[in-house]
Design a protein around this ligand. Structure first.
Ligand SMILES: Cc1ncc(COP(=O)(O)O)c(C=O)c1O
Length: 457
């Protein structure tokens, strides 16, 4: 039987244990949701402060719908800039301690737009190897040369900046990093990065998607926690995680914001965020200011979850970060453990390639401020039992490359095709095999050719 190309690809994904399906959840993103009519503890939502379903936030969205309608009607630059957008921008600029702010439709769009505006053909971007997909895609779309430095490795970044100097004197250089890494919950060495940027004449963009509302004084993020507000050129944040709504923003100097308004394609060519989402974010920001104890509560819950998991034997660091990865390794085993936990009343989605690198599939847990201590204790026990039922010992959860590494690499190569991974300081171990060819600038994108090229590389 002749399979269509798409059917073949779907079958390949099934065979590799990488097929994804949408799971239907009933009710709001509270600490508990209904799946198939059964209540389960929600342990994988980014609504970590519990604001998405807060009565004041809901009311603000409903009022805004009545006052301004449900849609913004056009791009910000046509008729889409409404008073509510301006109000939120002013509040966010003050919150972030920056001169100006501009809203985007989502975090994904913000990263694509800002990166594309700050770097283009002939420029160089230095990007942490575990940056979020929206940053990777922003780098691709920019057509700048992309140099990927090893995760949180400032020596490697320094070496890369020296090696990829300003060749023609005019090229721009941009360092871009998540502040809290979305799949690992660790934090970028922002002070060192800012220092290197200063030394090497580069700009820095920090994606605070998982730090806004969770880290720093009053939840103002990792940049504020490190006291680097005046050293980071652009801070991107989302309204969709701790702030419980949808949309995103970039905070920077008035000059950079004016420039973004004139050049960020995802702002120019996409409809402005809907008024109810903007009003909801404003209300959430107000709650965060009035009741900053939520941030402390989240951190205490994160600590409690980590300790409970450690007492079950899971190898987790004793920190206060609310994102807690349980790295299983094999993608099928991660799915089995996820299903076993769900059957026992805990929903912790398994995360597989290409979201994480091959051989590091995991359950990515997220604590919420609205969880109770006993819920988190119960969840750790369930996860311990789920691991054993899936044939895993919690103590032995360490990343291990699966045997089908080659096949996975071929699929995963899609993620890396146009990315040049810096081979690293001369005597440091670094995987040169992962280096891939740059796409020819201007050539039409041809998936088959790219896959063939990746195989041959
Ligand atoms: C680090 C990071 N940046 C950006 C985004 C995209 O944000 P949004 O969901 O608002 O598009 C995410 C979403 O998961 C993220 O984790």
């Amino acid at each position: 039987m002749d399979l269509s190309e798409i059917e073949q690809r779907l079958q390949d994904l099934e065979r590799l244990g990488l097929a994804r399906r949408l799971r239907l959840v009933s009710g709001p993103q509270g600490p508990t949701v209904l799946i198939d009519g059964r209540p389960v503890l929600l342990l994988c939502s980014n609504n970590c402060l519990g604001l998405a379903d807060h009565p004041r936030v809901r009311e603000a969205a409903a009022d805004a719908a009545m006052r301004w309608g449900v849609g913004a009607g056009s791009s910000r630059l046509v008729s889409g800039t409404m008073t509510i957008h301006r109000r939120l921008e002013e509040c966010l600029a003050e919150f972030e301690g920056s001169e100006a702010c501009v809203l985007f439709g989502s975090g994904y769009l913000a990263n694509m737009g800002v990166i594309g505006a700050l770097a283009g053909r002939g420029d160089a971007i230095f990007s942490d190897e575990l940056n979020h997909a929206s940053i990777i895609d922003g780098c691709r779309l920019s057509r700048a040369q992309v140099i990927v430095y090893r995760h949180r490795d400032v020596e490697h970044l320094d070496w890369s900046l020296r090696r990829h100097g300003r060749r023609d004197g005019g090229a721009r250089r941009l360092i871009v990093t998540d502040s809290v890494f979305s799949m690992d919950g660790d934090v970028a060495p922002l002070a060192d990065i800012a220092q290197l940027a200063d030394m090497h004449g580069a700009r820095v963009m920090v994606d605070e998607a998982h730090a806004t509302g969770n880290l720093g004084p009053g939840g103002r993020g990792a940049v504020a926690e490190a006291g680097l507000e005046s050293e980071i050129d652009v801070v991107v944040g989302t309204l969709s995680k701790a702030l419980g709504s949808y949309g995103a923003y970039a905070c920077a100097s008035a000059e950079i914001v004016r420039y973004l308004i004139n050049s960020a394609r995802t702002l120019i060519y996409s409809t402005a965020p809907p008024p109810p989402a903007v009003a909801a974010a404003l209300a959430a920001l107000g709650l965060l200011r009035e009741r900053p104890y939520r941030v402390q509560r989240l951190r205490a819950n994160a600590r409690a979850l980590r300790r409970a998991l450690a007492s079950e034997g899971f190898p987790v660091a004793d920190t206060e970060m609310h994102i807690v990865p349980l790295i299983v390794g094999d993608e099928r085993a991660a799915m089995r453990m996820c299903q076993e936990a769900l059957g026992r009343g805990v929903f912790a989605q398994a995360i597989r390639p290409p979201t994480v690198s091959p051989g590091s599939s995991r359950l990515r847990l997220t604590a919420m401020a609205s969880h109770t201590a006993s819920e988190l204790q119960m969840a750790a026990g369930v996860l311990g039992r789920a691991a054993r039922a899936a044939g895993l010992e919690p103590e032995s959860l360490t990343p291990a490359l699966p045997e089908r590494e080659q096949e996975l690499d071929e699929l995963y190569a899609l993620e890396q095709l146009d990315v040049h991974i810096a081979p690293g300081p001369p005597d440091a171990p670094f995987d040169l095999e992962r280096e891939v060819e740059d796409i020819q600038p201007g050539a039409p994108f041809d998936l088959e050719r790219e896959l063939g090229g990746a195989r041959a590389a």
